[in-house]
Ligand binder design. Sequence first.
Ligand code: NDP
Length: 297
Amino acid sequence: PSNGKIIDGKIIATALKARVAAEVARLKAEHGLTPGLAVVLVGNDPASEVYVRNKGIATVEAGMNSFEYRLPGTASQDEVLAKVRELNADPAVHGFLVQFPVPDQISQQAVIDAIDPNKDADGLHPLNAGRLASGLPAMVPATPEGCVIMAKLAGGDLSGKHAVVIGRSNLVGKPVAQLLLKENCTVTIAHSRSHDLPGLARQADILVAAVGRPNMVRGDWVKPGAIVIDVGINRVPAPEKGEGKTRLVGDVAFDEAVKVAGAITPVPGGVGLMTVACLMRNTVIAACRQNGIALPK
Ligand code: NDP
């Protein structure tokens, strides 16, 4: 039955969040340390508002301090960088992120470059990307971490398996590929210039789709028994729900792929839920490192 194949983000993320909350309780009791996560929101993009709210709720639920800073959509780059420097210097903040996208007048890269790499909750600073690629301890982007946790739960030891990652962004594709390499996978990274994407995908024991194109990966792109991790979050019209209504779909045509895959993450209810849980874990890791405390397992 296809139900047994579905990798349930809710169950996995709930368990991970519970472990993080237990670790936070231990840090408080044994070290008098309460980890803190700050989120900066520039402007009021509706999707970003939802993400920021969910992050704040999860932070509080984990027993950590949550800080939220809002700047108007008209804020200058200097104003955003000043906020970044303030958070770099704030001892109560162990990790923080600026919610992307930021308005056009602000350079995303300038913001990333200004973040103290030790507090870089999203793991986007070039120093962290380089440390990850070098096999050194790093702050790792949360979504890719969530992908690999799910793949390991579904597939056990991933060593020697062929992983095909579609997408090469700094936020998802590249770090997923690095993490899978660390798990001893043979990794192929595909992107918009790759030839014969379906043929590449069909070679995958582990197929990660991080593209941003609704239902692009079809059932016949999937090798029978493969683990499929769908990172895409795409809003599409859903006239069946009523006029003007929308729904979320992934980059994988789920109804087709679920018949072929050995295991698959749904959208919604898959990778997206892991992202917040991994962000919570990143904050705890940052707080431990900054205070010379051994990392949780
Ligand atoms: P980007 O737009 O930054 O990157 C998309 C990647 O897909 C690029 O590398 C691009 O290739 C590649 N691509 C685009 N079109 C094609 C195509 N037709 N064939 C092959 N490759 C293609 O997106 P992100 O990496 O930031 O995000 C990817 C998806 O994941 C989005 O749907 C996003 O919403 C979702 N997401 C979900 C998260 C979660 O919490 N679950 C978190 C972050 C993102 P090229 O480099 O050649 O242009």
